[in-house]
Ligand binder design. Structure first.
Ligand SMILES: NC(=O)c1ccc[n+]([C@@H]2O[C@H](COP(=O)([O-])OP(=O)(O)OC[C@H]3O[C@@H](n4cnc5c(N)ncnc54)[C@H](OP(=O)(O)O)[C@@H]3O)[C@@H](O)[C@H]2O)c1
Length: 255
């Protein structure tokens, strides 16, 4: 379902205090959308609201807090009248190591990334169903396509998000609600700043935001980029399971 991202389209961006979310909030506000920006760091949201070209309303919230997310969704609707597009982008990334297996690290990833996304969906779904319109865009990652080294926590959440959004797309079709799955490759943000390994085809957050906005306007079910990384990961999907781990024998281990 194509959508217009201009002239007062009402958008809620979760995870908007930095990186891709902040760039998206700026991009959409610059196009004339009314943007509500959520994350925990209220000072960053205020900065964003002050510097963006167009309307950005800070709505600070922790996505792991269900009640607070329901209240935040309500606050956005009160301000804008309704939410046309919810972009659920908040995420946590921490290192992971099998040498120091810690289920709490996995729980933290799932609480923020998967449960946080589920809270975002819950906060907008009833109203969108009632209005029989709206769109939900979930930020997953090409890292969710296959199991990657040291990605037992983060990668698993991204695979779960891809699957959840795919099911949601089927179930929301009868309600006229669009569901978009966003799968970027590497993007320069705070999340990737700590990576010490080479990140192929890495791009700037503003570039990613423009590609995402374009994909949403064209009504793409999956917005995945950049093309070389997408092709690499689509090909990787076809590698038989028994050969996948073998292939990593050729890759030097990360420190
Ligand atoms: N960078 C990449 O290479 C890349 C590639 C593929 C996918 N992605 C995905 O893109 C999305 C954005 O990541 P990014 O790279 O832009 O990283 P980022 O700059 O670290 O942004 C993460 C955002 O999530 C928010 N957030 C984290 N925990 C939260 C919580 N509990 N409640 C509310 N907000 C929370 C952060 O805000 P506060 O800390 O202020 O709460 C921040 O605004 C993520 O879903 C990530 O998985 C990134």
């Amino acid at each position: 379902m194509a959508m217009r991202l201009q002239d007062g389209t009402r958008v809620w961006v979760c995870g908007a205090s930095s990186g891709i979310g902040a760039a998206l909030a700026r991009e959409l506000a610059g196009r004339g959308c009314r943007v509500a920006a959520s994350a925990r760091r209220a000072d960053r949201l205020d900065e964003l609201a002050g510097s963006a070209r167009g309307e950005v309303v800070p709505v600070p919230v922790d996505v792991t807090d269900r009640e607070a997310m329901m209240a935040a969704g309500e606050a956005v609707r009160e301000r804008f009248g309704a939410i046309d597009l919810a972009i659920l982008n908040a995420a946590y990334w921490g290192g992971f190591s099998v040498e120091a297996w810690d289920t709490e690290v996995i729980r933290r990833h799932f609480d923020t990334n998967v449960i946080g996304m589920a809270h975002g969906i819950e906060a907008v779904l009833a109203d969108m169903r009632r209005r029989r319109s709206g769109a939900i865009a979930g930020m997953a990652s090409l890292a969710g396509y296959r199991g990657l080294p040291r990605s037992e926590a983060y990668g698993a959440t991204k695979a779960a998000e891809i699957n959840m959004l795919e099911s949601l797309r089927i179930d929301l079709r009868p309600y006229g609600i669009a569901v978009h799955t966003i799968c970027p490759g590497f993007v320069h943000t705070e999340l990737t700043a700590r990576n010490t390994f080479r990140m192929p085809f890495i791009m700037e957050a503003d570039d990613a935001a423009r590609r995402i906005a374009r994909g949403l306007e064209r009504g793409r079910a999956e917005i995945a980029f950049p093309l070389p990384m997408l092709l690499l990961m689509k090909t990787a999907k076809m590698v038989p399971v028994r050969l996948w781990a073998e292939a990593f024998r050729l890759v030097p281990p990360r420190s």
